[in-house]
Ligand binder design. Structure first.
Ligand SMILES: [Zn+2]
Length: 310
């Protein structure tokens, strides 16, 4: 019995030890501590990130490139600016009026050396007479297709060609010449024909002539006989409505550059004795045309101005 007690005590002691070992986690094989495997050593990180020195080099290099590029662009821009300035300067010298068309070949005609050669004043009190005919009439390049060949004096003819070239470059597409040089005979034909039509409407001959003289020059008194005047527009016939068109306004504002003046202006009817003719331009050469334009004078006023001011 004593032996059994000892054996039981030993068993109990053994069980206690086992229980104590189990509670410490040492009794179970799956609880065995396995040290963690470090899979990302600092070495790898160091290898992935580029060395600081390399990075600095790249940055430095990029900055240098950028500087180079910026420098190159700046230099290029400066060169461009210089070139533009030079071109502008050249243009001012060679093309001071900023023509879009190349009119260099026409320059000597638009701005004649003999600048007073084309100032002839023709009006009812300054007739040219029956026998006046210029000896340098030149066929116009640009006339309306349904009209026969027209002529003007050489310098006026070439300048008109330039005028129309530039007008087209500026959007005046359909402006064409309808009348230029007219002989005494052709002027008489036009005048007499219109007087006859008025008389058919009931006017006496005297009344008809008076009315007609407002619109059409009496034979021997027409500027068209000088070969320096031209009628041009983009309508079926010369009408006051032309004045409202872009073309008429462009022609009136720019005519002086080509040596022409708008001969019969709306606010000068009392002096010229003619109604406003937005289609009628007169060649005088650029020097005088510019002054006439700037002083807003008609040719009668300008002629008087020249007489009084030398
Ligand atoms: Zn006319």
């Amino acid at each position: 019995m004593k032996l059994i007690r000892h054996a039981a005590a030993a068993l109990a002691a053994l069980t206690f030890i086992c229980a104590a070992l189990t509670s410490c986690g040492l009794g179970e094989p799956e609880q065995t501590y396995v040290p963690p495997v470090i899979t990302s050593p600092p070495k790898e990180t160091a290898e992935t990130i580029p060395p600081i020195t390399d990075t600095e080099d790249v940055t430095s290099s990029a900055a240098t490139d950028t500087e180079k590029e910026t420098g190159a662009v700046t230099t290029e821009k400066e060169t461009e600016a210089e070139t533009t300035a030079r071109e502008t300067e050249t243009e001012k010298t060679e093309n001071p009026l900023g023509f879009k068309a190349d009119l260099s070949a026409y320059e000597k005609y638009m701005d004649p050396e003999d600048r007073d050669a084309y100032l002839i004043l023709v009006n009812p009190s300054h007739p040219v007479g029956k026998d006046y005919k210029p000896d340098d009439l030149d066929p116009l390049v640009d006339t309306r297709p349904d009209r026969s060949k027209r002529y003007m004096r050489l310098y006026a003819s070439k300048s008109l060609e330039a005028f129309l070239k530039e007008a087209r470059e500026n959007g005046c597409k359909n402006v064409t010449v309808t009348s230029a040089y007219r002989s005494y005979e052709s002027q008489k034909e036009i005048f007499d024909g219109d007087v006859a039509n008025l008389m058919k409407k009931g006017y006496s001959e005297e009344e008809a002539i008076a009315i007609e003289r407002k619109d059409t020059a009496y034979p021997g008194e027409s500027e068209h006989q000088t070969g320096l005047a031209v009628d041009m527009h983009n309508m079926s016939s010369a009408q006051q409505a032309f004045a409202k068109t872009f073309e008429a306004q462009w022609l009136a504002e720019n005519c002086w550059k080509f040596g022409f003046i708008l001969r019969y202006m709306p606010d000068k009817e009392d002096i010229t004795t003619y109604v406003y003719e937005p289609w009628h331009f007169r060649y005088v050469g650029r020097y005088h045309a510019q002054r006439i334009y700037e002083m807003h004078m008609c040719l009668e006023e300008y002629t008087e101005y020249l007489e009084n001011n030398g």
